[in-house]
Design a protein around this ligand. Structure first.
Ligand code: NDP
Length: 287
């Protein structure tokens, strides 16, 4: 028989995680602050726990997925975790993960922090994966169980590493999605249907990303920022065209104004011949 698992926090994501574990055949205990959310899982064979402590006591592997890491501390503050592995899949910061790891060890737990790279509908499909960091021995023990949620990606024994990777991936995503919003806002100023623009936009972004990301990474690691692709100087020279067009077409330039500032600074500081990778250096806060 497969090892039992407890899942605490049955929001959209927690319910998807719990459902995947049930479907994989694990005996499952569930707890949620609002007890009504346990209903559908209990109907599929999960056992409801009355308290967080009961849920933790029921299984060697305890997975939590609340709104914030503050909720983790509040809900589990006094719970005995002796001999348990706590996998925290709540989104948070590296510093929070490290603090929770220290706290969990005092409560007797082996602590693993995780970052879910999926929406609930993707859980248990090949497209989903979860980043993990923290107690490596506990991770190796429970990896076969965690694999029911999606791919497993180990990022290191520093418990903050998974959150760092998670936030870096989401940073890239948000930067891109804000650009998508600006692009649609611009195209809509002339009443062009957004659906008509969707394919060219997606194809352009896909080509740019696969062309640019590996080269920037190599330049960042080598410190060789000179480019034969597209210089910061030529980008800086073109950038007022965006700012002017946003103004002329009546849309905000708030998202893009800081980019103009960064390009101006790069050129002023003598990096005009360098490529995009130089900006990675300029984004560091020194002094
Ligand atoms: P939901 O809002 O659907 O669920 C939030 C869960 O947290 C509920 O179970 C809620 O309980 C519980 N909760 C909130 N506050 C407390 C508290 N004070 N004490 C105890 N439990 C509490 O959010 P999601 O399920 O979407 O997200 C959960 C986590 O997963 C978040 O950290 C999110 O960033 C992360 N995540 C979500 C993704 C997504 O696509 N949805 C993708 C990747 C990560 P109650 O039902 O009682 O309100």
């Amino acid at each position: 028989p497969l090892p039992p698992v407890s899942v605490l926090g049955l929001g959209m994501m927690g319910t998807a995680l719990a459902t995947a574990l049930l479907k994989a055949g694990h005996p499952l205990t569930v707890w949620n602050r609002s007890p009504s959310k346990t209903g559908p899982l209990v109907a599929q064979g999960a056992l409801p726990a009355d308290t967080p402590a009961d849920a933790v006591a029921a299984s060697p592997l305890v997975i939590v997925c609340f709104t914030t890491n503050d909720n983790v501390g509040e809900t589990l503050a006094t719970v005995d975790f002796t001999g348990k592995t706590l996998v925290n899949l709540t989104n948070g910061t590296p510093a929070q993960a490290r603090a929770l790891s220290t706290w969990a060890k005092k409560q007797g737990a082996a602590y693993i922090d995780g970052g879910i790279m999926a929406v609930p509908q993707m859980i248990a499909t090949p497209a989903a994966y979860v980043l993990y960091s923290g107690d490596e021995q506990a991770y190796e023990t429970h990896r076969p169980t965690l694999a029911a949620l999606g791919g497993t990606k180990w990022t290191g024994t520093d418990p903050g590493r998974a959150a760092l990777h998670d936030l870096a991936l989401l940073t890239g995503m948000y930067g891109m999605l804000m650009g998508v919003a600006q692009a649609f806002a611009l195209i809509r100023t002339e009443n062009i249907p957004a659906t008509e623009f969707a394919d060219p936009l997606r194809n352009w972004l896909t080509a740019m990303l696969s062309g640019v990301v590996p080269g920037v990474a190599e330049a960042v690691d080598s410190g060789q920022h000179l480019t034969d692709v597209s210089s910061l100087a030529i980008n800086q020279a073109a950038f007022p065209n965006f700012m002017d067009t946003f103004r002329d077409q009546g849309i905000s330039s708030d998202l893009f104004a800081p980019m103009q500032k960064l390009l101006d600074r790069a050129v002023e500081e003598g990096h005009g011949a360098d490529g995009l990778s130089r900006l990675v250096e300029l984004l560091k806060l020194t002094n």
